[in-house]
Design a protein. Structure first.
Length: 367
């Protein structure tokens, strides 16, 4: 009985397979008008560079300690006036310096400007006022800081523990506010806004002139806004920033957005775009387990156009070129679709695999 090999059936299988596989992929047709390569991609469609806040030079955000012996509005100072040799000749008052005016209301003396003075300067001013008022001939005045005023700052957005925090004036920096709120969260971005009703010109750099900062702006509610990019602000060295009382610090929070990887990859799926770092074509293919064919080379990146038009641009790439040339390893952005396409080479390779499998299965009963 002659042996019948399944070559005719396999040949038909090869034809059918080529027909089916040639139609798979992301279905990009020649009618698509917005077709580019990495070299011809217009600037408007280039993916942005994503700053990574984990690269921030935190030490550059630290500011020099503001002298804690300088009196400011809201501080409570203890004033002692000794006019004789016994304790009966000593007067002591705790006095709060007015936040708005910087004045201290002292019994027998009245309103006295103390904000901005050192403790020694306040002692001299009170001594002079006592003598001028004829209260004491040669008083011994001592001023002590009893309760320094603390700035109340609200920290929101991309931090681990959002809330309202009290910071001493000498530590009321952007760095201290972030650390008080537990540090940056895993979904934090690098952009920060500081809003306050009236910036303290004595404490706040005005206006900030380093990279990554904006000049303070006043909005319709007379709030001043300073916009800061943490990464760029700290790249050039010191970028300390004082945060005044009543300020709100809003840290950017990036919600996860998807990219889709499909076609000739081992794990085609939807993947969250990693936060705060660049992702390129080879990274996306690695997320999907790598290519499923050793001869796969053709890649399409389908990128939504800016706005809500629903239109897309198609960028054709080569896997081998992306491995050899960083420029061809295109930077991606959220909502991109990456499709590793079939080519004649991948179709033939798949067909050979199936023919081998079919041939082996057909010969098994004859053995």
């Amino acid at each position: 009985m002659p042996c019948r090999f399944p070559f005719p059936a396999s040949a038909w299988l090869l034809v059918g397979l080529a027909t089916v596989l040639s139609g798979t992929g992301c279905a990009v047709t020649d009618s698509d008008k917005l077709r580019y390569t990495a070299d011809t991609l217009p600037e408007s469609l280039v993916a942005p560079v994503y700053d990574n806040p984990r690269t921030v030079q935190w030490t550059n955000l630290a500011m020099q300690t503001v002298g804690s012996q300088s009196i400011a509005g809201g501080d409570v100072v203890e004033i002692t006036i000794a006019s004789g040799l016994t304790t009966n000749d000593t007067l002591t008052w705790p006095i709060r310096v007015n936040v708005g005016t910087g004045m201290a209301n002292m019994p027998g003396i009245g309103q006295l400007p103390l904000a901005g003075l050192t403790l020694e300067g306040a002692e001299a001013a009170i001594t002079a006022a006592c003598v001028n008022k004829g209260l004491f001939w040669n008083p011994n005045v001592t001023v002590m800081m009893k309760q320094p005023f603390k700035n109340r700052i609200m920290v929101l957005g991309g931090v681990k523990e959002p809330g309202v925090y009290e910071l001493s004036r000498e530590r009321s920096s952007l760095l201290a506010a972030i650390y008080a709120a537990g540090g940056l969260s895993s979904d934090a971005g690098s952009n920060i806004e500081i809003k306050h009703s009236s910036l303290d010109e004595n404490r706040t750099p005005s206006p900030v002139r380093v990279a990554g900062y904006s000049v303070p702006e006043a909005d319709g509610n007379k709030f001043h806004t300073v916009k800061i990019n943490l990464v760029r602000a700290t790249e050039g060295g010191s970028a300390a920033h004082y945060v005044p009382d009543g300020a709100t610090v809003m840290i950017e929070k990036r919600d996860p957005e998807p990219i889709h990887v499909m076609g000739l990859v081992k794990k085609p799926n939807r993947y969250d775009f990693p936060n705060a770092r660049d992702v390129r074509v080879l990274d996306a293919i690695a997320m999907a387990g790598g290519v499923a064919s050793g001869v796969a080379d053709k890649i399409y990146v389908i990128r939504p156009l800016p706005g809500d038009s629903g239109q897309t641009a198609v960028i054709q790439l080569s896997l081998s070129d992306a491995k050899a040339n960083a420029r061809q390893n295109l930077r991606l952005q959220p909502r991109d679709t990456i499709s590793v396409e079939h080519t004649p080479a991948t179709i033939v390779l798949e067909a050979i695999k199936i023919i081998r499998f079919g041939l082996g299965a057909s010969l098994t009963p004859l053995l």
